[in-house]
Ligand binder design. Sequence first.
Ligand SMILES: Nc1nc2c(ncn2[C@@H]2O[C@H](COP(=O)(O)OP(=O)(O)OP(=O)(O)O)[C@@H](O)[C@H]2O)c(=O)[nH]1
Length: 341
Amino acid sequence: MTESSTNPEASLHLRMTAVVMLMSVLVVGLADALYIASDEGLLRSVIRAGLWSLLLRDALLIAALSIGIVIALDRMVLQPLRRAAARAAAFDPTQPPLPFTPEADGAEPVAELQQISQSLVRVHRSLWQQLRDEQDRAAELEREITRQRGVLLETQQALDGKTRELSGMSRIDGLTGLANRREFDEALRREFKRTQRERGLLALAVLDLDHFKAYNDHYGGAAGDAALARFSQLLSIRFKRDTDLVARLSGAKFVALLPGFDVGAAQDLLEQVRSDLQAPQIPHEGTGAGALTVSIGLACYSPFHPYLSGQTLMEAADEALYIAKHAGRDRLSLAASGGNG
Ligand SMILES: Nc1nc2c(ncn2[C@@H]2O[C@H](COP(=O)(O)OP(=O)(O)OP(=O)(O)O)[C@@H](O)[C@H]2O)c(=O)[nH]1
């Protein structure tokens, strides 16, 4: 690889000089030929003086002409072109633009190149301004997002608080309108303590509709819902004292908490509920009775048959219900005795 091929600037100069020299040779040669041919006397004197002196003079003329043209072209075109190219190469819209400055060496650039350089500076300035505007907008958006995130977080926390509050407040069973398990658990604790303290009576009955799955399967879920609501009404009609509490525990399982009831009174009332169903209040073709029936487990607290806690009273009623179910359903079963014997 030659030096000129590795140095593009030198190669350009070399080629430019060659072209200029070739053109000069052509121009000077043509001018000489025309000049000599126009005058026969001149032609003779040239032949006399010898061709060599003419060629020497032409060579000197060509060399001087070529050097002059190359220097002029380099200063007027090549150098400004190189500076414009360097500016274009260094063009970076993410960096602030530098003001347009004429060349420090006082060289007079070609007007078109000067215009290109000025246009480049203008484009740079405009792009730089757009970039600054976009950056400002992005920063503003980021601040807005941070603010909105804060608002969202606060809303979420408020919502969580409300949800907790609401679930704490929810004490009603949505389907039947009766008290739910949470309300019943609190009432049982409260009433049991009061009964213990006052050495009073407290009856607790657990009621479970029989074969309710079959009822659902036969009549459908909506009819099942309606049956649960109807049974709830029957319970509310029978247990209507201020102190009575009827709740839905789950599925088809209900509970009645009856302060002041002894075994006999509770039993009578619960048997009425059972016969209400047999009326039939809620027909059920799938059973022998032709209606929905209920099994009941009853446990009663009294000073003579005390239980240790509301929970043990509940367990006793549950156990009695289990016995009623296994004894054939549609019946009431009484818990054997108090929890502490
Ligand atoms: N329609 C309706 N069905 C419910 C609801 N909640 C629970 N169930 C259904 O009630 C049925 C309760 O069945 P279980 O008490 O387990 O059994 P069962 O068929 O009643 O039989 P036994 O209790 O042994 O007599 C299940 O099939 C539940 O899917 C409800 O809100 N609506």
